[in-house]
Design a protein around this ligand. Structure first.
Ligand code: ASP
Length: 308
């Protein structure tokens, strides 16, 4: 009996039922479901976890509702700079890109770094060259533009101009990610983001940093995070879950819960994560109002959620 599982997220933050119309809610569920389907299709055909998380994240990057790829948020100077990472738990191979603009699917650029270079992370023109050389499709700023993200930038800049502190950083973030365990027990993680609205040009978040927003090791877990990146980096969120499992023998669920509800929440680190272990166990904790998320197992039960 094959036993694979897959989870996806489309970002965590101040997601209130009162702010979402029924139409938008339906659209978010459909976006998550399409990503689960893309990953599930890979796993159901005996594909590997790495291919499944790549396919799922590509689907989320293509959906403008989510803050990654098409629909990425804007920097304070009105540009889009995208971060992404992928990691294979069977080999601990990893690839990441930071602050790039151009490839339609930044996650595939991250994967090209992993597969076609000796490095883990590339930024700047070399990252784009690797994507070009891998034959990945590029798109222009019209493709990546969404009115909602542009408006969010204007309102954040306006608040700054008036000297009003944004009391709720959770309003400004979002990210997409996937974790999977395949039929032979290999696990993988992939995460992709536009970062945080009105971030400083050049700011890199936790997403492309192995052990912060993305991590995978068959011996412990695969993790994809979403939230206030600076706190995820300072508390090495994903690596801490793996360390708790390895050194203290905690379960995936207990370790992930501790990191999200204490290490992050106690230090203004709003957000959440999805994680899987090599038995296919999935956990999806978050410490804010909502997290777009979903999961599917080999039984084919697709489930998507937004609020608590
Ligand atoms: N973690 C991402 C970042 O800080 C944003 C998010 O997940 O909401 O870039």
């Amino acid at each position: 009996m094959k036993r694979f599982s897959l989870a996806v997220h489309g970002g965590a933050g101040t997601i209130l039922k009162s702010n979402l119309t029924p139409e938008l809610e339906t659209a978010y569920h459909a976006g998550l479901r399409a990503a689960l389907q893309a990953g599930h299709d890979v796993l159901a055909q005996d594909g590997c976890a790495l291919d499944a998380v790549t396919a799922a994240v590509c689907a989320l990057e293509d959906e403008p509702l989510f803050n990654a790829g098409r629909g990425a948020v804007y920097t304070s100077d009105g540009k889009q700079e995208m971060d992404a990472a992928v990691m294979d738990g069977s080999t601990r191979a990893a690839g990441a890109v930071g602050g790039i603009f151009g490839p339609r699917n930044p996650i595939r650029a991250a994967r090209a770094v992993m597969e076609n270079t000796d490095h883990v992370m590339l930024i700047g023109p070399n990252a784009l060259d690797v994507a070009h050389n891998a034959g990945l499709p590029f798109a222009d700023k019209d493709y990546f533009f969404t009115q909602a993200r542009w408006d969010a930038l204007q309102s954040t800049l306006d608040m700054r101009k008036r000297g009003v502190e944004d009391d709720d950083p959770a309003r400004r973030h979002g990210t997409v990610g996937a974790v999977a365990c395949d039929a032979v027990g290999n696990i993988a993680a992939a995460t992709s983001t536009g970062g945080m609205t009105a971030k400083a040009p050049g700011r890199i978040g936790d997403t492309p940093i192995v052990g912060a927003g993305t991590f995978a090791d068959n011996a412990t877990c695969a993790v994809s995070g979403t939230g206030h990146g600076e706190v995820f980096i300072r508390y090495t969120a994903a690596a801490e879950i793996a360390a708790r499992m390895r050194h203290v023998g905690q379960s995936l669920e207990d370790a992930a819960d501790h990191v999200v509800m204490h290490d992050l929440a106690d230090h203004d680190g709003s957000g959440g994560l999805i994680a899987v272990d090599a038995k296919g166990t999935i956990t999806m904790p978050f410490n804010c109002e909502g997290m777009y998320r979903g999961k599917v197992t080999q039984r084919g039960d697709f489930e998507t959620f937004i609020y608590r």
